[in-house]
Design a protein around this ligand. Structure first.
Ligand code: NAP
Length: 542
């Protein structure tokens, strides 16, 4: 049982049960402890770190810069930690998270290798009862789901996978310790961020790499490099201001807000702007070049054309270059990738692309992968096939709210949540970066900190008022969800079969899940709701 010395209000000891011990779960523990509350986090992984515990695949690296992808809640912490590269790699982020856990003594309130397997609201005692995969049941007044948005792998959907005799490696469940590809023939299925990061690194070692691509993706150069000490010091000198700018920016990353349409500037100027963003590297430079790239198809096409030209220039074989050129969706409507040498990897001997639009995947065989056209022998099969994003990890816990209402039933037509934070019918349950909040469209650490602070403030406020039950009002939830869809409908996002839309999981309702209105706009909304005394939430004794 929890070792925190604080008084508890729930019958068997916990004020708050947190599910997950990544960036969100750990900060929750810290904040809740600061409020004098007794909290415990259950973590399915064998260690803390969430995404960065699981995603150990070669080349795993964040697409937000190090100086931005870190906690801002403690000025001393941000001064004492130093990053080595512009974009942080998996091992470095995990080391950072472990440092934070030790610095704030958080590990004592985390149970690792413990999966929350079921959760039910007990309206009589006004507690959540949460059962673990080991059979332990915890009761807690509040349940906070810090389960991550891209943590539940989707079923790969590859026939005959169980017959394959070689190693099967999912990027999001990568083994601990070194995976040696020397001399091996590696098949990689999937060309999202994970596959695109892994391919060039695997290609440096393996004898052969065959990349199975169903949808060509837009990828921009990361231009990753060592972070110079003076560069880092310059940010640290004004870190408070930098963080404040991040919170008031559309994406959670400081930067100039474009004020012009891509279509109102001469072509030469536009091309120069795109070149500048391309050479600086990174995801957001290009996306932020003009103010209408995500809303106007013609404006978007100017950036998409520019990227396709760079692919054609980089890849030697014209047929491979053409197959790699994304044409099925506007730029940015599927999460763009940033890479270190992805397109150039196809110029190496032994690296080839299989275009599954031209020769559909038949499935795995005992010794490789088969398509409609032929067989591709492989020793290893790397699945970079993605996640049941934003909802999969939440419904996997199978929360049951009032009257036994199950979350996956409540979301049968797509996820609806008030402000992305709470679901009507599920009292005292909160979701960090849930559907309906900026979440995956933003710098996750900024959005996580905002939600953790907002949720813990709401819990503190409820306690001050003597309220034991906090619940989203169904009408407020309906209005917010309609607003999210309205804002999404004014963008190009719904034009892509993306995981943002739930389109990558067969049978999942097609609803645009994150809130595309911007971190800055959303922050104003949450601040107004808190200032109003939590309008849209019902706080009651029972
Ligand atoms: P993803 O973007 O969903 O990509 C999955 C890939 O697998 C797609 O190319 C998909 O094709 C393909 N695929 C899935 N099932 C398939 C099947 N049965 N047959 C053939 N192809 C199949 O997943 P991800 O690459 O793991 O990335 C998910 C998200 O995680 C990213 O968008 C990003 O937000 C985050 N991420 C970030 C970083 C970073 O910070 N740099 C790194 C990794 C991941 P279709 O497109 O045709 O469905």
């Amino acid at each position: 049982m929890p070792s925190s010395p604080h008084p508890a209000t729930a019958p068997d000891g916990l004020d708050v049960l947190v599910v997950g011990a990544g960036f969100a779960g750990l900060y929750l523990l810290h904040r809740l402890r600061g409020l004098g509350l007794c909290a415990l986090a259950l973590e399915a992984g064998s260690g803390i770190g969430g995404t960065w515990h699981w995603n150990r695949y070669p080349g795993a690296r964040c697409d937000v810069e190090s100086m931005d992808y870190s906690y801002s809640f403690d000025p001393a912490l941000e001064q004492e930690w130093s990053w080595t590269r512009r974009y942080p790699g998996q091992a470095e982020i995990l080391a950072y998270i472990e440092h934070v856990a030790d610095r704030f003594d958080l590990r004592r309130d985390v149970r690792t290798a413990t999966r929350a397997a079921a959760a039910a609201w007990d309206g009589g005692d006004r507690v959540w009862r949460v059962r673990t995969d080991g059979g332990t049941t915890y009761a807690a007044r509040y349940l906070v789901m810090a389960t991550g948005c891209l943590s539940m792998p989707k079923a790969p959907g590859i026939e005959g996978l169980d017959r394959f005799q070689g190693r099967v490696l999912h990027t999001g469940r990568w083994p601990h310790g070194e995976v040696d590809f020397t001399g091996r023939r590696v098949a990689v299925v999937g060309t999202g961020s994970s596959g695109i990061q892994a391919v060039p690194v695997i290609a440096e070692q393996a004898a052969e790499v065959t990349v199975f691509q169903r949808t060509a993706n837009f990828s921009l150069p990361a231009n990753d490099r060592p972070l110079a000490p003076d560069e880092q010091e310059a940010v640290k000198r004004r870190y408070r201001e930098h963080r404040a700018q991040a919170r008031r920016s559309p994406t959670g990353i400081p930067g100039r807000k474009a004020d012009r349409s891509a279509l109102e500037v001469p072509e030469a100027e536009r091309t120069a702007t795109y070149w500048d963003a391309w050479e600086r590297g990174g995801l957001f430079g290009m996306l932020r070049s003009y103010n209408d790239l995500t809303t106007d198809a013609d404006a978007n096409a100017t950036a998409a054309d520019f990227i396709r030209e760079r692919i054609a220039e980089t890849v030697d074989d014209p047929a491979t270059a053409e197959a790699l050129a994304p044409r099925s969706h506007p730029f940015g409507t599927k999460r763009p990738c940033i890479d270190s040498g992805y397109y150039a990897a196809f110029n190496r001997d032994g690296v080839r692309l299989v275009d599954l639009r031209a020769e559909p995947l038949a499935g795995a065989t005992p010794d490789g992968v088969a398509t409609a056209r032929g067989a591709y022998p492989a020793d290893d099969l790397v699945l970079a096939t993605g996640y049941d994003a934003m909802t999969g990890a939440l419904t996997a816990v199978d929360p049951r709210g009032r009257g036994g209402l199950r979350l996956h039933e409540a979301w049968a037509e797509g996820p609806t949540a008030h402000l992305g934070l709470a679901v009507a019918g599920f009292p005292n349950m909160f979701t960090v970066t849930g559907p309906g909040s900026p979440s995956v469209l933003s710098n996750m650490v900024v959005s996580i900190e905002q939600h953790v602070e907002w949720i813990t403030d709401l819990i503190a406020s409820a306690r001050e008022r003597g309220a034991e039950v906090v619940e989203a009002d169904p009408e407020a939830q309906r209005r917010w969800s309609a607003h999210v869809q309205e804002v999404a409908g004014a963008t190009l996002f719904p034009r892509a079969d993306s995981w943002y839309m739930g389109a990558n999981v067969p049978g999942k309702p097609r609803v645009f899940m994150p809130y595309p209105g911007g971190v800055d706009v959303y922050r104003d909304v949450l601040e107004d709701v808190a200032a109003s005394g939590y309008e849209g939430f019902r706080l009651s004794r029972a």
